[in-house]
Design a protein around this ligand. Structure first.
Ligand SMILES: *Cc1c(COP(=O)(O)O)cnc(C)c1O
Length: 370
């Protein structure tokens, strides 16, 4: 929309006119409404196909009686549980309405017009959005083999850099950085910027060299690590995530944070989910099997894919994904085209239940034969 069509554009932060909204996975209800498809499957938003475990469900149910009250704005119980879990000071934790909220708090705290944020090509879409929304300049490093190229990122860092965004592993590529490499990069960053290591998929990763960046916070005071309850814990609808950092950074993020950003059912569910190791293990095992099922299916179809350590696989269809995506939607399979990530021939497919993965693979094979 041009300035003539929307005069309010001239009133916004400088980055906003160039901003495109985040494109979420199509909701199941929308496909039902628009295409009249019954019983579609959604493999588009990297959700846990099992949903939450029974402990989290019960914890949510127990909050219903108190829905008339504001939640605990300080999130005392949840912060204490997280502090225990990570062996950090509760003052190091910033709760968010999803970890996206924490990313946004970082942008609002450290970015403004005239300063820069550095991230990788194909990196998570919230980094450019949060950066541009506050008028800061995005500096995008070219990827190597679809993953973060830390040398290329380092080359973009200067006195203007305030935030470096790193997803480990990254969405939508499923690529990851080993501990030694990442730690060396973080250690060499200037003290004049903060760095976010976004570990939304942490629990799914099995690789022995994959690092837990939360263990570095003591030595790296400019590091902020984010985690979420939306993925392995199956609580995407409730919106709860968190950041761990030096308490002096957390203090700043908490100044910007809305007082009641995490609702009461979400806080209760998160505490319960954190203690439900059984549900987590079950979810991870299901994911390992489902990811192998998807990649075996891609192999049979002769398709290459980006090796993933996450709960999704991004497959190269060898041609523009858009028409095939339309065919998949007609067959009731919602997946995620990633052209907006600079990957027009790829499709990101979340790992679902065994029967969902099978139905998707059959629909994909059918779409190719048409
Ligand atoms: C899903 C995801 C998140 C988590 O988002 P929430 O706001 O916590 O639901 C964060 N970062 C990446 C890279 C993701 O893919």
């Amino acid at each position: 929309m041009s300035r003539a069509e929307n005069p309010f554009l001239a009133l916004t932060a400088p980055g906003l006119p160039g901003l495109s909204p985040y494109v979420p996975g199509k909701p199941i209800s929308e496909l039902e409404r628009e295409l009249g498809i019954r019983d579609p499957i959604k493999l588009a938003s990297n959700e846990n196909p099992l949903g939450p475990g029974s402990r989290a469900r019960e914890a949510v149910a127990a909050t219903i009686a108190d829905l008339g009250r504001y939640p605990d704005g300080g999130g005392f119980e949840l912060r204490r549980a997280l502090a225990d879990h990570h062996q950090v000071d509760p003052a190091a934790i910033t709760l968010g309405n999803g970890s996206n909220d924490v990313l946004d708090l970082v942008a609002r705290t450290f970015l403004q017009p005239g300063v820069e944020a550095v991230f990788s090509e194909h990196a998570f879409a919230v980094y450019p959005i949060s950066t541009q929304a506050v008028g800061a300049t995005a500096r995008i490093a070219p990827a190597t083999d679809y993953g973060h190229d830390l040398d290329a990122m380092a080359a973009l860092i200067n006195e203007q850099t305030r935030v470096v965004w790193i997803a480990n592993p990254n969405n939508p590529t499923g690529t990851w950085l080993p501990g030694k490499q990442l730690c060396a990069f973080l250690t060499n960053l200037p003290k004049t910027c903060v760095v976010v290591v976004d570990e939304a998929y942490f629990e799914y990763v099995r690789e022995p060299d994959y690092p837990d960046a939360t263990t570095w916070i003591g030595e790296l005071p400019n590091l902020i690590v984010t985690r979420t309850f939306s993925k392995v814990h199956g609580l995407a609808a409730l919106r709860v995530g968190y950041g761990i950092s030096d308490p002096r950074i957390a203090d700043l993020l908490n100044r910007v944070r809305q007082p009641f950003n995490v609702n009461a059912p979400a806080q209760a569910a998160a505490v319960a989910a954190l203690g439900d190791i059984g549900h987590m293990e079950k979810s991870i095992a299901l994911n390992d099997a489902g990811r192998a099922q998807l990649t075996a299916g891609f192999d049979r179809l002769g398709l290459s894919y980006i090796p993933s350590v996450c709960n999704f696989v991004t497959v190269d269809l060898g041609r523009p994904a858009e028409p095939l995506d339309q065919a998949l939607l007609s067959a009731g399979c919602i997946t995620r085209p990633v052209a907006n990530y600079g990957l027009p021939n790829h499709l990101r497919v979340s790992v679902g239940l065994e029967e969902e993965n099978a139905r998707f693979l059959a629909a994909l094979g059918h779409a190719f034969r048409r």
